[in-house]
Design a protein around this ligand. Structure first.
Ligand SMILES: Nc1ncnc2c1ncn2[C@@H]1O[C@H](COP(=O)(O)OP(=O)(O)OP(=O)(O)O)[C@@H](O)[C@H]1O
Length: 275
């Protein structure tokens, strides 16, 4: 899965095949009480290089949706296409996951954690060293290369996780609350850093968050999911200029208008939950 936008364009029609498509996807979990429908009829297209944020009430199936795309769960209905082709069984090539938990190897140094996907891909040793050096600098961890995860702050561990994901170099980043347990200031800082890095990468992202402000600041589109069984109920296009300044963009009137509209859409779900 490495096709570029030009390769995905149909020369006859000029239409571009989405990088990722979900068509009427559903997922039922087997539970002791029977089947529990977590997702129902989810359809979405993600263009090459597009950043989509998913927001929705707790338990609406956001993580489940990422797990389906990552090949960790098979869909019960519908289909998932990558570059227009049915996704293979299992974890597809070119899809990278960044979870809320750091998922770092505690027995490996920062450098060795970042090196891991490079070694897995068979990158020659000298190139691995150079790439690790570049990534360590990119995420602001120079001089911490030889530290172990338990010697780092939560924010630093997130940076290692992001550097490791970039080392893997996926076409589609699936990010599940990647800045979840951090305090508000650190979220803004890391969000800003990731946004600047992403703007140079040109890769697609599906970003799950509870933070509407974070979603609007980063995404090209914000998709609001309904409470379970989850489906996509509303889409908001975020036409704010790029490159965006994560901190400053929040004060623009258009940003605040979008944030309010998304909150209203979400509030309907919470109200129904209470009814
Ligand atoms: N392995 C499982 N077996 C049965 N039910 C599950 C399983 N995993 C998740 N669920 C249920 O599926 C629904 C969706 O879960 P999921 O974790 O995808 O939601 P979410 O939107 O990511 O939630 P949150 O925002 O709280 O992280 C929830 O009701 C959850 O209880």
């Amino acid at each position: 899965m490495t096709a570029t936008t030009d390769e995905l364009r149909d020369p006859a029609t000029g239409l571009v095949t989405p990088k990722l498509s979900l068509r009427g996807v559903g997922l039922g979990y087997r539970t002791p009480k029977g089947r529990f429908t977590a997702l129902e009829n989810v359809s979405l297209d993600l263009a090459a290089g597009e950043f989509v944020a998913l927001v929705g009430p707790s338990g609406c199936g956001k993580s489940t949706l990422l797990k389906l795309v990552a090949g960790l769960l098979p869909a019960t209905s519908g289909e998932i296409l990558l570059d227009g082709e049915p996704a293979p069984e299992g974890v597809p090539e070119g899809v990278g996951l960044v979870f809320q938990s750091d998922a770092l190897f505690p027995w490996r140094t920062v450098a060795d954690n970042i090196r891991f996907p490079l070694a897995l891909k068979g990158v020659p040793a000298a190139q691995q060293r150079a790439e690790v050096q570049r990534l360590v600098e990119l995420v602001g961890l120079k001089s911490f290369e030889q530290s172990y995860p338990n010697q780092l702050s939560g924010g630093m561990r997130k940076r290692v996780g992001i550097a490791r994901a970039i080392a893997y170099d996926p076409d589609v980043y699936l990010m599940d609350e990647p800045f979840g347990p951090l305090d508000a200031q650190m979220r803004i800082r890391l969000g800003g850093e990731f946004l600047s890095i992403w703007e140079t990468l040109g890769k697609s992202v599906v970003f799950v968050t509870h933070d509407v402000e974070e979603a609007v600041a980063m995404a090209d589109r914000v998709l609001v999911m309904s409470r379970g069984p989850g489906t996509i109920k509303e889409e908001f296009r975020i036409d704010l200029d790029r490159p965006r300044h994560f901190q400053e963009v929040r004060f623009e009137p258009e940003f605040q208008r979008l944030q309010r509209a998304i909150w209203r859409s979400l509030a309907e779900e919470f109200d129904e939950e209470r009814a």
